[in-house]
Design a protein around this ligand. Structure first.
Ligand code: B12
Length: 266
């Protein structure tokens, strides 16, 4: 992994340089199929009740990291081919943790960066961060919720919301949150709304119905035309139940018997 070190001081509030931080993260993570969007903690906390707030001051710099369709070929395959995937944990989660932690330790040596992943939970079982809210407030992907539909046809039914990316539609995932405690951001970073790529009421109803009732058929991901979609191999991988994915990777010659030894025992 190539990394241009971020040498400027990010800890002392007044000298934080958001575009510099964004630049080094992009240099490292874009070639691996990720996107990064900086935001202020205050934007996130402003839409949530206090029990869900992230415990930092409003001006603290945070960055949300998305995986795009090419992450599978650019990061995941090479990660498996290098034999770095071992043990019981989910291979995609291991790969993403590897990419992001390597990037952070190489680009920001000795600096405090708190990283949380989408699948991590707090002791009270709540997610460490609400990935969709973070993606929306950062301007990365509009979070369509039932409140975005004026005439709600679903009665008592619980309807989950879904983010849609202007370039990738639903063919992406929200993977991690980076917080730079002590890095206070000023006027340099202005909040921009995410592109509203599903503006009509009919399409929003259709989107939420596809996401909630038919998410396995992938059709919610195509609610807008996408510039890139998951490859056939990637779809096969994600359509396979998690417990059978190691066997699939072994079949593809990407995972050795020793790598998955611990997994076989669990
Ligand atoms: C728990 C979870 C589930 C649970 C419950 C779903 C849920 N949304 O609660 C289950 C197991 C059912 C599930 C299933 C799936 N999930 Co899921 N899931 C999560 C997870 C880990 C946490 C979600 C959560 O608990 N949210 C808590 C609730 C309370 O939050 P909320 O509904 O958004 O409510 C908040 C907002 O409304 C906010 N708010 C209030 N006002 C306003 C105003 C604005 C403007 C904003 C922005 C916010 C806001 O306040 C509320 C809280 O008080 C997230 C990852 C993460 N860390 O966030 C993935 C995530 C939501 N899942 C995801 C996906 C893709 C799926 C599946 C399709 C399976 C899959 N992985 O392929 C299915 C489909 C859902 C379905 N039809 O059943 C993706 C969604 C991507 C996207 N494009 O939006 C996520 C983000 C994971 C990821 N890595 O990308 N999931």
């Amino acid at each position: 992994m190539q990394c241009r070190k971020y040498v400027q001081c990010v800890m002392a509030g007044p000298c934080v340089d958001v575009s510099g931080i964004r630049g080094v993260l992009c240099d490292t993570l874009t070639p691996l199929g990720f996107e990064v969007y900086p935001f202020k903690i205050g934007w996130y906390n402003a839409v949530l009740s206090s029990s869900l707030h992230l415990p930092y001051s409003d001006d603290t710099l945070a960055v949300v990291v998305l995986s795009t369709p090419s992450m599978f070929e650019r990061a995941f395959r090479p990660f498996l081919e290098s034999g770095s995937c071992v043990g019981v944990n989910d291979p995609i989660d291991q790969c993403i943790r590897h990419c992001i932690s390597t990037c952070v330790s190489q680009c920001f040596p000795g600096q405090e960066v708190n990283v949380s992943y989408d699948y991590e939970v707090l002791p009270n079982r709540k997610p460490k961060f609400l990935a969709q809210t973070a993606a929306h407030v950062a301007g990365a992907a509009y979070y369509y919720q039932r409140a975005d539909v004026a005439v709600d046809p679903w009665g008592e039914k619980k309807m989950f919301g879904v983010c849609i990316h202007p370039k990738f539609g639903g063919w992406f995932a929200i993977r991690a949150l980076l917080v730079f405690p002590g890095a206070a951001v000023g006027e340099e970073l202005q909040q921009r709304p995410p592109p509203d790529c599903v503006p009509s009421q009919e399409a929003r109803v259709e989107l939420l119905e596809r996401f909630n009732f038919r998410w396995q058929d992938w059709s919610y991901r195509d609610i807008v035309p996408a510039a890139e979609r998951y490859s056939q191999e990637q779809r096969t991988y994600f359509s396979t139940p998690p417990g059978q994915r190691a066997a699939l990777l072994r079949q593809w010659g990407l995972f050795s018997a020793e790598d998955s030894g611990a997994q076989a025992k669990n």
